[in-house]
Write a new protein. Structure first.
Length: 202
């Protein structure tokens, strides 16, 4: 009799636990229930999760080495800190904000100073140098106008320490002067190009 009661109790207790386990398994993505083979990893899609957007996850790993500061993207690309071009008779050095600054911040890393010193070697003595901050069109935790101004001032402060002879014009334009048109399949690349601090001189 005792054995029979214990058997029934076990059945009644085990049934809800088994049912709960089945419900839990049903709630998991089907692919997630399949364990990967040794040495293999499931992708986010296989686990039932969507790929994070660039705003949800930082896509770049910044490296300030002894040589050129570079940024490594998830697509395998490598981007340099700056691009240099001529525009309307001016030399324009465009510094990537994604490399120089953490999101919504404007503190320069120590290693950036050495790179700025190198970039300023071609600027003539006593020249007028514009230091202009720009953002993309996405609004983060800090207002874009404030962010672009603070980043421009951070770079200008480092420039002033290196070259006291330069006449600096420091402004933040938020997203009013995009370098690339945002939209289409290359929207994230365009936004990255628009997040910049420009050094302009004649």
């Amino acid at each position: 009799m005792t054995h029979h009661i214990r058997s029934m109790m076990t059945r009644y207790v085990a049934a809800p636990i088994l049912a709960a386990g089945l419900v839990g398994a049903a709630l998991l993505p089907a692919a997630a229930a399949e364990a990967p083979a040794p040495g293999e990893w499931l992708t986010l899609e296989e686990m039932g999760f969507a790929e994070p957007t660039p705003s949800q996850a930082q896509e770049r790993i910044v490296a300030f080495g002894d040589a050129e500061p570079v940024v490594f993207g998830t697509d395998g690309s490598i981007e340099e800190l700056q691009t240099t071009e001529e525009e309307d008779g001016e030399q324009v050095i465009s510094l990537s904000s994604d490399i120089l600054f953490a999101p919504d911040e404007w503190e320069l890393p120590d290693r950036a100073t050495a790179k700025l010193e190198e970039l300023l070697t071609d600027v003539p003595d006593g020249a007028a140098l514009a230091v202009h901050g720009h953002t993309d069109s996405v609004q983060g935790e800090v207002e874009n106008a404030e962010l672009s101004q603070n980043r421009a001032e951070a770079v200008a402060g480092a420039v002033a320490d290196l070259r006291a002879d330069l006449d600096l014009d420091v402004k933040g334009f938020a997203d009013a002067k995009p370098k690339e048109e945002e939209g289409g399949s290359d929207e994230e690349e365009a936004r990255a190009a628009n997040r910049r601090v420009e050094l302009r001189y004649g």
